[in-house]
Every structure is written in structure tokens, then in C-alpha cells.
Design a protein. Sequence first.
Length: 412
Amino acid sequence: MPPTPDAVVPGPGAPDRDRSDACPGALRLHTADDGSLARIRIPGGLLTDRQAIALAEAAEELGDGELETTSRGNVQLRGLPSDSGLELGRRLRAAGLLPSDTHERVRNIVASPAAGLDGLGHADVQDWARELDRRLCASEAAAGLSGKFLFALDDGRGDVAALDADVTLIATAGGGALLRLGRAATARPVPPGRAAEGAVRAAEEFLHALRATGTKAWHLREAPELLDPGTEELPALPGAAPAPGALPGGLSVGLRFGRVGAARWRLLAAASAGELRLTPWRGVILPGAAAGRLPELAAAGFRTDPGSAWERASACTGLPGCARSRADVRADAARALDAAARRSAPGGLPVHWSGCERRCGHPAGEWVDVLATGQGYRVTRVGASAKAPADVSVNVTTERMAEAVAEARRIK
């Protein structure tokens, strides 16, 4: 799987910012061991049921029949022929999923997926996502952003704000927002009605500052000195993802490692009330969907019960899809998680399995890093915490990996 990780984790050196980033897109495909890969940006994770069906048809007719959701709420298609970019682009334009050829890789926008459903937030950030997408595509300068640059729109509950995006908007009472740049400890106030405008302007300021100083960076956190972060105090950012199951205004389901076949993807579209919201935690919110659909979705293999070992578990592609990988990490991870589920072991901290030091798709914050070594796995609890020391590693065989992961995930 392509591109370097976005956070500092044990092992890899500093990424090379003197080259352009290699993030794949819908039109610029990435060559993998299992064929070409397309990454389709889904701003705010928002899909209509018809758009979801269009993606399923593209996966079946052009790719390997599977769809992957990413840690940014986007969709990947794999196993594509190398010459399928033109046809895929045609299909995406017809479905309204490719409004700009020049900006398609920079439309990385995550938004609080339960916004407007449970009464917990201050704003319907789905509207912000739509406006931000329009403004991004209309900004000539924004086309120069890295394909890794991320916008996060938080309705005030602190979920996507904890993802350490490049530009984060946090809704406040009264219709305004706070604008956080990278990992700054403070934020800029944004008046009501100006949230999306402020986010695009901040991204444009970053690009201008890069050109003016000759700095090489893909992310704001790599050059925090370039922009004024503001002086407003940040609210608490708990980072809680929606739990699987019934929500006040719909359903929440999880996808194992974010990957699902086209037939089961269609089942999600059929269970929806016309809209799907992909989450950065490889789940899907179905606003307005009836709770009576949960047994059907559970029987199809979707995660519908909170608290299982599978919660907040992710993995990179691994073998055989990625030549860099040292192991079939998804198969090894699935065995470990199924074993923990049989013991009714709770999930605990987020955990991510990686086949190499790139650690593609790993979570932010405190998490358990499970890295294939060729002789087994290295299990590391990453991220400073008042509850436990960070970055303490243990090397284990594949057979003992499940036990080591369960111990590292415990919140003490």
C-alpha cells in the first residue's frame, strides 16, 4: 500500500519532502502487487445510496470486487487494470464523485459522522463539508496542496478534532468555530458563517508561506512556525468514535479492516435511508436507518456490537497485495482478534497491524503498534499517556502475538 505515514512512530526516518507526494487518486493510480489502486476522495464521508452503488459497480466491473474505506473516510478500489483510469473517471463524474480533475486528490475532509443525529454537537458540519469542498475546488492555489493534507470538521464533540488534521474546525455554541492549525495548543476564532472560508484561507496561507520561505513540507505540523496559531484555548478533544449499533438517529456499523465485498456494500446502501456517512474509523453511519436492519447487517459480517476486540482495530494491506510487507498482517490480525473475541476480551486502545515501517493507515493519539518483523511481530504501545508509559516494545512470535496485543491494549 502506498504513501508514508503521517505521524511519528517508532522506526522510520523522516519522510523525504523534496519530492512530490505519491498519494494515489481517482485519476492517478498506484501500482501494487495486486494491480492498480485508486483512492476516491469522499469529502465528509458523505455518499448517497446511488453513489454507493456506483462505487460497487466500479469495484466489480473494473477491480477485484472489494471496496476499502480509509482512515480519512475515503474509498479505495484495488485490482484495477493499469489502463482503467479513464473509464473510472467517467463513472465517477457521472455519479457526482469527481467535481474537479485538478483538485481531486486534495479533497481530504473528515467530519463528525453523527453530527445532527444525536443532539451532541453545536453545528451540522455536513453542510460545512459540502461548502468546504466547493471552495477547495474553486481555489486555484489549493490544487497545490499535498494529497495527504487533511481538513477536519468537528461539531464540538471532539471526535475528529482528535485526529490531528492540518486544518481543524471545531464548532462552538452560537454558530462560530475555532480554527486549529496542525497540532497547535491554541486556535483562531472564526465568526458564524465563515468556517469553510476560514479553512481554505488557512490552507492558502500555508502554501504561500512555503513558497515565500522555500520550506519543504506536506503538513502544517512540519512547519508550525510559518503561521500564527491564534490565542483561543482549545476545548477537550476526547476522540471517541461512534459505537456500533443503534444511534438516536440511525445505525452505526463497522467494517473489518475497512474492507468489504461489493455485494455486502450494496446491503449497506439498501439498509440506508438514502445517505451513508463513512467514518475515519472504518465504519459507516446510516442516518435514518431502522434498528430492525441490525440483525441482517450482523449476519452479513458487519460489526454491530460495541466493546468487542474488533473495535478500533485496523491493519495495512500486507501480503499479498503489498510487496513491502513482511507478513499477511490482515490474516494474522484476524486470528488474534477472533481469539480475543472468543475470550470476550475487551478492545481497549486502538491497535494497528503493519507489514513494514511505513505503517500505512495507522491511527493518531495513543495506540498499539503491531509491526511485522519477519520473525514475528514487535508490539509497542505508542503515545504519551498518564495511565501508562509509552513506546515500550516487546518482540513476540506470531503465535504469541495475540496475547501480547491484548495486554498492550489494556487501559490501566
